[in-house]
Write a protein that binds this ligand. Sequence first.
Ligand code: GDP
Ligand code: PGA
Ligand code: MN
Ligand code: MN
Length: 591
Amino acid sequence: MHTSSERPTTNAHLLGWVEEMAKLCKPDRVYWCDGSEAEKKRLTEEAVAAKVLIPLDQKKWPGCYYHHSNPNDVARVEHLTFICTPTKEDAGPTNNWMEPKEAYRKLGALYDGAMKGRTMYVVPYVMGPATSPFSKVGIEITDSVYVALNMGIMARMGKVALDRLGQSNEFNRGLHSVADCNPERRFICHFPQDNTIWSIGSGYGGNALLGKKCLALRIASYLAKNEGWLAEHMLILEAESPTGEKQYVAAAFPSACGKTNFAMMIPPAVFKGWKIRTVGDDISWMRVGEDGRLWAVNPENGYFGVAPGTNRKTNPNAMDSVRKDTLFTNVARTADGDIWWEGWDTEAPPELTDWKGQHWKKGSPDKAAHPNSRFTAPAKNNPAISPSVDDPKGVPISAIIFGGRRSTTVPLVLEAFNWTHGVYLGATMGSETTAAATGQVGVVRRDPMAMLPFCGYDAGSYFQHWLDMQTRIPHPPKVYMVNWFRKSAEGKFLWPGYGDNMRVLKWMLDRAAGRVGAQETLLGNTPKAGDLDLTGLDAPKENVAAATKIDLGEWEQELESQAEWFDKLGKTLPKPIALQREMLLERVRSA
Ligand code: GDP
Ligand code: PGA
Ligand code: MN
Ligand code: MN
């Protein structure tokens, strides 16, 4: 095994834990990642030699590689994800729970010898800017070179993390093994009390890149509750007006519901002089600043984005972000090292290798790229990256937006009457399921604050934490609900979306700055006639009317479905949230 000279740290807590995990997993070799360019080159070569990565045409796609996953391993697995708190009540009714000792025993047996014949990579990383008081250190042990390389893009990885950690014992202990990649033996377990994550049997990003969903959301949400801050499934964007004023918003949309697109949006021509820049596209850590406002950092350093539907028209900044040094997983590829996916700028070439590695012919009914195929791209590639991404104090948030994928019921935009009403809007958010998690696609489920799969503790207590934050934030952001996905009777999107979402964003920014009025409806405040700038919008007026319509019949059904959701949440559901539903029901019935 390794000699002490190869260990880049003298931290006894860390060395002891790595030794213990190596004894359990029995790798042939232990390798400590330093995060250098030379290391990246070496690991990439190893991965290519092992056929884990396939080089793309390096002239067209410099530094870019392709990865086919096991076809049984293409998305997050919510039914195999567990919160291992001392009691089931701590995990709450929306999480799977396993007793911690039982989980360590069960997974321990699976890890025993799982890395025989393999290298164990020790991946130190920081979530958040290296010097920020927000940031957290994690160490991920993994037997996947693909995971190590992805972590190098998604987090600040290597020496920077060990330097920050020093001799401290305060680091997240993440153990990951692909093992035999069998869904029968796949578990993603979180031990919030131990700041520990054990993940086995999957190499997919959300299950295997432990800094992301596991640490930055599930474990962090638990820490945030105890420490008085928020760890949320939110993009963070910067909006600069033509006069140079900057405002920041954070928005929670469920997986594959438009965060990356919104965070990289390019406004239509009529918004001349406006600039939208990306701070983050998936996760936001928010703390109350000395000035009484809510300040946010993006803990990540890269984008793990949905590939299908991304093209030069819908998201040019994402297309630029993936031009170099990017890993593509489960998209389609050509024989000469090019790539393609459904919703690319041009039609499919006559022949492709599909995401399963099989020959694909144009016109085939099967998708060439998996609907949840992904790119892993360095944030610094994004031409629209905000200069504030590395700011240790974060950015001040003036609006929080919740948004689901709803083909009916939910109008284009609503402004909450107040913080409590905003928490209610988030807590009752519904969204149609997507390919980002295994299971049926397109069924409406409640996904509070887009955190259903990511909240590391009881959902009712999470809503209470949100309510409690009000007393901690003297100058709270305004809260909104949006829906880009309402459909016509023919099943077509009513609102053009993408860059045109700037029209809605502009109204929210103006509201947050007190520059425009609003019209009160029973659901919340909405734009007054003419306040939503629709100049040059490529959509019929009646579609916009249908997208913004409040249909009381649909809302009666919606409120019934919310009642079922509240029943499921049980006795920790905060009273003020239940009361918001009752008051709305009253308003709907008497309207
Ligand atoms: P994320 O997973 O939340 O980051 O979502 P993405 O931004 O990657 O988008 C997921 C899918 O939704 C992609 O196929 C996008 O093309 C599509 N999408 C994103 N924004 C919009 C929008 O405003 N309208 C419509 N109709 N589709 C969108
Ligand atoms: P997404 O991130 O939100 O961009 O889809 C991955 C996920 O949530 O699984
Ligand atoms: Mn996500
Ligand atoms: Mn995304």
